[in-house]
Ligand binder design. Structure first.
Ligand SMILES: Cc1cc2nc3c(=O)[nH]c(=O)nc-3n(C[C@H](O)[C@H](O)[C@H](O)COP(=O)(O)O)c2cc1C
Ligand SMILES: [Fe+2]
Ligand SMILES: [Fe+2]
Length: 427
């Protein structure tokens, strides 16, 4: 329980982070896995904030249900429930709304503020108890006043759910950013200039939670950039009060294409991955790559999955324009490294990239169609019927491979029309 050592977090007490602004969240140092997909080596925190205005209090987010007692005790150390005027929900995921049903009972007069997209989620979350709940939908630029302080809302959808928003406290220049700029890092010293080294956690969180939505990250940063920022107060991990702008800039770097400068301005990138036991699919891969490379404006890279590691390949695919996968059919399926690679792609946005499949087979040849189906499921465009060769490709079949690569490359640069590819069940 490392947070007990130098912790400024005390049981039943709020922590003041600025004039009239309090942390009333909870620490969860024993958590080792979050949302199934993230490892949390030193746990996490659920940060909730209370703002004191001359005309009442606003509460920003709550905590996970199991930590409701900690949260209520901290809240009660600052005010009583009757003075809470506003409950702002920046994000409805249960790690931030677990204590909400009970809070609504204790502070029935408080008005709830949520984003446009949060409405149906809030109803689904509260189910029957939401029937009489009144809430106000807010959009970018809308404000609420607590007398001597003002909250401005920024719509930042998909960071990390469709419902998410950020809330800016004008007079104190504090951004309550929800999961944005957050990380799973539990340290009772709370502030970024006091806690342990959390750089890994920050990037790791971005990579798993924000990365699939990088387009939305950049849109959110456009809203955040013009703000004067003294403190960024996210829902997980350290409160960023020491040079918070660094984290905004770092997000922009993370969300920008880092490799694109390697290619010419109008050059498209195609990546061919394959696996091969007897070299048949490998020969196809080679011919496809040469064919694709014959089209100027397309840069082709080819990799044998057997000699690679998934993580750097995911980085490459994120910035590629076309992804071509080759697998032999083994026991009626594509081989495992292909599926492993495909299942690792959940962290990147693949929508609209061109996809295609090919492979050698012995008698039934299911692999190619199965890969194509998965590529479509991942929202890639599959404009060209996949290419299968029975056993060892001969010269004519290698010529087909060459043309297959050439066709996809031509489609990629808009020089050839896409053909309709049959759905899996239609073959
Ligand atoms: C263990 C094993 C299982 C196989 N299962 C299938 C199968 O279910 N359907 C099929 O069409 N071919 C099957 N094959 C044949 C391969 O797909 C075929 O040999 C192919 O040419 C191998 O290509 P490669 O050299 O690129 O690995 C199987 C081969 C092996 C060794
Ligand atoms: Fe979340
Ligand atoms: Fe969260």
């Amino acid at each position: 329980m490392q947070y007990k050592g130098n912790s400024i977090v005390k049981e039943g007490k709020a922590v003041q982070l600025d004039d009239g602004v309090y942390w009333v969240g909870a620490l969860d140092p024993d958590l080792r896995s979050f949302d199934i997909i993230l490892n949390t080596a030193n746990g996490t925190s659920y940060n909730s904030y209370l703002i004191e205005g001359s005309e009442g209090y606003a509460l920003i987010d709550t905590v996970k249900a199991e930590f409701a007692d900690d949260f209520f005790a901290r809240l009660e150390s600052v005010t009583d429930y009757s003075k809470i005027k506003a409950i702002v929900l920046n994000h409805l995921e249960p790690d931030h709304t677990g204590a909400l049903p009970e809070l609504l009972k204790r502070a029935p007069q408080a008005r709830v503020y949520i984003s446009q997209r949060a409405q149906s989620m809030l109803k689904a979350l509260l189910k029957d108890s939401s029937e009489n709940l009144e809430f106000q939908v807010v959009n970018t630029g809308e404000q609420i006043s607590l007398g001597d302080c003002t909250l401005t809302f920024l719509s930042t959808p998909f960071l990390h759910w469709p419902d998410t928003q950020c809330t800016y406290l004008e007079e104190r220049e504090i951004l309550f950013s929800g999961d944005v700029f957050g990380c799973h890092f539990c340290d009772g010293r709370l502030f970024n200039d006091k806690v342990g080294d959390f750089r890994f956690s920050f990037d790791y969180y971005y990579a798993h939670i924000m990365r699939p939505f990088k387009k939305w990250v950049l849109e959110a940063l456009d809203l955040i950039d013009p703000l004067d920022l003294r403190i960024i107060a996210p829902t997980h991990g350290p409160i960023l009060r020491d040079r918070p702008r660094r984290y905004v800039n770092h997000y922009r770097e993370l969300a920008s294409n880092s490799l694109s400068g390697e290619l010419g301005t109008n050059e498209k990138s195609m990546i061919v991955f394959y696996m091969s036991s007897y070299g048949n699919t490998a020969r196809m891969a080679e011919a496809i790559s040469v064919g694709a490379g014959s089209i100027s404006g397309v840069r082709v890279s080819m990799f044998d999955l057997q000699g690679g590691e998934t993580e750097p390949f995911v980085d490459l695919i994120e910035e590629a324009d076309a992804l071509i996968l080759g697998s032999p059919t083994i026991n009626g399926d594509a081989v495992k490294p292909i599926w492993d690679l495909l299942s690792s792609l959940i962290v990147v946005d693949l929508k609209g990239k061109v996809g295609a499949a090919f492979g050698s087979f012995g008698w039934s040849g299911e692999a190619v169609r199965m890969i194509e189906d998965r590529l479509r499921g991942l929202k890639l465009r599959v404009p060209q019927q996949g290419l299968r060769v029975k056993l060892i490709p001969n010269d004519e079949e290698l010529e087909d491979c060459y043309n297959f690569g050439k066709d996809i490359a031509s489609i990629l640069i808009g020089k050839k029309k896409e053909c309709k590819v049959l759905e899996f069940g239609e073959l």
